[in-house]
Design a protein around this ligand. Structure first.
Ligand code: GLU
Length: 472
């Protein structure tokens, strides 16, 4: 049996991290078994589905590198097929038309609630042999759920689960206007697309016995189900916008690397010993549904940040550089106006938690600044250092080879000559050239800023110091 899994988002919003984790598990399972991963867009709800949401989902998947072998299939393009299956169920007696008015159903519901019963359809139209007099000509179609017995499934994550048929009522599979409902479309698609393993959020667990009954009524065998527990926020409630970012695209915007989010998501509910860091290849080699936790897991942003730092430090600098360039671009900084991005990544990657932080700390390599950081300038660009800084500028001006070691040597030599502690000279130099109180090692900073720009900025700092001396 060739494993075929699918991710079946409803395009009614962004790609939620919970959805992304479900997609990742489905993807990993398919890859692990040399199977196929299918993307299916469940857009039958025409009012709530949007093209922007489809784009956001595709963008999120592509950023995470979750490629699919087939699709995206759109349910909105498959209505004729669903109609055919509804008709098949009607013809075989597994479905029936229901003419009950909204009023009747509302009254029924109110009565059941008043009697503390679970609201459910009472089967009023189940045995009708002809439409009642004055009946609507657009009846809904209901599935004739077995009246007794139980539905048992062996969930690949949660083990055996049994549902009593008496708990399941005759659900609507086609609305009055002929459009199919979720439980019908999923069943038709999972079967037509030959899905072997349905891996999805456990919010669908109550739909599963209904789907299994429909599948059996169609004379088919159900796939294997795996219901993934939900993700909680730090307060134990289901993760939602209140807890901060929940959209995959938002994490990208906030400067996370896709491998960090993937590594984070895989560990959210799945483990392999106490290993924390997994490359994608390792995940593919090790992932198994039986190692997925049954209990819900809590989202922990600190751990995600820790993983992001890990990947910023250890990923291929050229890969990180592409993202750094993207973030700088979003900040209206043109990376072609300064040092190679790869060099900047090498210089900055030890000290940034996110790409945004790295980008913000790197703007000065590409753009001149209007003013020095006030606090840093107050502390380090003081008149006492004016002469030394001017002497340093003279030395750097005549330096032929603008490399970090050569720059380093000049700074050391001068500090020694003037009997200054290295920091006393290096820190003013840093503020002068970067505009701020922290940057990568000063020699590397100067090399990357370039000779011309460094000297211009030193001039600016010397002027700042002179003005300060004059106004004192
Ligand atoms: N479209 C459903 C959702 O987004 C998923 C259905 C399924 O995986 O079976 O919740």
């Amino acid at each position: 049996m060739r494993v075929r899994t699918r991710f079946a988002p409803s395009p009614t919003g962004y790609l939620h991290v919970g959805g992304a984790r479900t997609a990742l598990f489905s993807w990993l399972f398919a890859r692990r078994h040399g199977g196929e991963f299918i993307l299916r867009v469940e857009d039958t709800d025409r009012e709530r589905s949007t093209a922007e949401s489809v784009d956001a989902i595709l963008e999120g998947m592509s950023w995470l590198g979750l490629d699919y072998d087939q699709g995206p299939f759109f349910q909105s393009e498959r209505f004729p097929r669903y109609r055919e299956v509804v008709q098949q169920l009607l013809d075989s007696g597994h479905a029936y038309h229901c003419y009950c008015s909204k009023d009747r159903l509302d009254t029924l519901r109110a009565e059941q609630m008043a009697n503390k019963q679970k609201p459910r359809y009472d089967g009023y139209c189940r045995e009708l042999s002809a439409p009642p007099a004055g009946a609507t000509d657009s009846p809904v179609v209901r599935f004739r759920n077995p009246a007794e017995g139980e539905v048992v499934m062996e969930d690949a994550i949660r083990g055996k689960i049994a549902f009593q048929n008496t708990e399941l009522d005759d659900l609507i599979i086609a609305r009055g206007d002929g459009t199919p409902t979720y439980n019908l479309t999923v069943v038709v698609d999972d079967s037509d697309m030959e899905i072997t393993h349905v891996i999805r959020g456990d919010d669908h667990i109550n739909n599963t016995p209904r789907q299994i009954n429909i599948i059996r009524a169609l004379g088919l065998e159900p796939p294997i189900y795996a219901h993934v527990p939900m993700i909680l926020g730090d307060d134990g409630q289901r993760l939602s916008k209140r807890h901060g970012a929940v959209s995959v695209v938002e994490y990208r915007r906030q400067g996370y690397l896709p491998e960090a989010l993937l590594n984070y998501l895989v560990r959210l509910g799945w483990s392999h010993g106490d290993q924390e860091i997994f490359s994608l290849d390792e995940m593919v080699a090790l992932f198994d549904l039986s190692d997925v936790n049954r209990a819900a897991s809590a989202f922990n942003t600190e751990k995600l940040v820790w993983l992001n730092q890990h990947y910023l430090k250890s990923a291929d600098p050229a890969h990180v550089a592409r993202y750094l360039g993207m973030h700088l671009g979003e900040m209206d900084v043109d990376p072609s106006t300064g040092p190679e991005l790869v060099e900047v990544v090498m210089a900055q990657r030890e000290r940034a938690k996110t790409l945004i932080e790295m980008a913000e700390n790197s703007v000065f390599f590409y753009q001149d600044f209007d003013a020095f950081d006030a606090k840093a300038a107050q502390k380090h660009l003081r008149p006492v250092i004016g002469t030394a800084l001017a002497a340093l500028k003279e030395r750097l001006q005549v330096l032929d080879s603008w490399t970090a070691p050569a720059i380093h040597q000049e700074v050391i030599d001068l500090a020694e000559e003037l009997d200054l502690k290295l920091g006393k000279l290096a820190q003013p130099l840093r503020v002068a050239v970067s505009g701020r109180g922290f940057s990568p090692p000063i020699d590397i900073t100067l090399e990357l800023v370039g000779k011309k720009r460094s000297l211009e900025r030193l001039d600016k700092a010397l002027k700042f110091i002179a003005d300060r001396a004059n106004s004192a």
